[in-house]
Design a protein around this ligand. Structure first.
Ligand SMILES: [Zn+2]
Length: 128
């Protein structure tokens, strides 16, 4: 039985996260770091949850990481129905940040990956 399609449209304050979106276009992934206590946030946050400071800075994340877990998406969410089956993974990069990304290559838990983007999405390429 089919349900009623729901369309969600999120509005992201572009100016606030411009550095993040511009980074994605160039293959770079940015997080935000609290200048006061050093906490690192990905996805980037405007304020620090730990010390309540709003004094944040941008940090380019390291490209190396390890594949922690993955899932092959066969039942796609709205907006992705036309995509062939794809694999998403959680990767822990060398900064200690967990990122969800689309997988290029044969995924296996524990494999080393290189983090990049396709201009819009985070991509992890399995390298060993
Ligand atoms: Zn802080």
């Amino acid at each position: 039985m089919d349900g009623i399609p729901l369309l969600f449209k999120y509005t992201v304050p572009d100016k606030l996260y411009e550095k993040f979106w511009e980074g994605l276009k160039k293959g770079e992934i940015y997080a935000s770091r609290c200048k006061k206590c050093g906490s690192l946030y990905f996805p980037p946050q405007r304020d620090c949850n730990k010390c309540m400071s709003s004094d944040m800075e941008w940090v380019k994340l390291k490209e190396e990481g390890e594949l922690m877990t993955f899932s092959i998406v066969k039942q796609k969410p709205q907006g992705f129905e036309s995509f062939p089956d794809y694999t998403v993974a959680i990767v822990r990069n060398l900064d200690g940040v967990n990122l969800m990304c689309w997988v290029k290559g044969e995924p296996k838990v524990g494999k080393k990956v290189k983090l990049t983007t396709d201009g819009q999405r985070l991509i992890c390429e399995v390298i060993e």
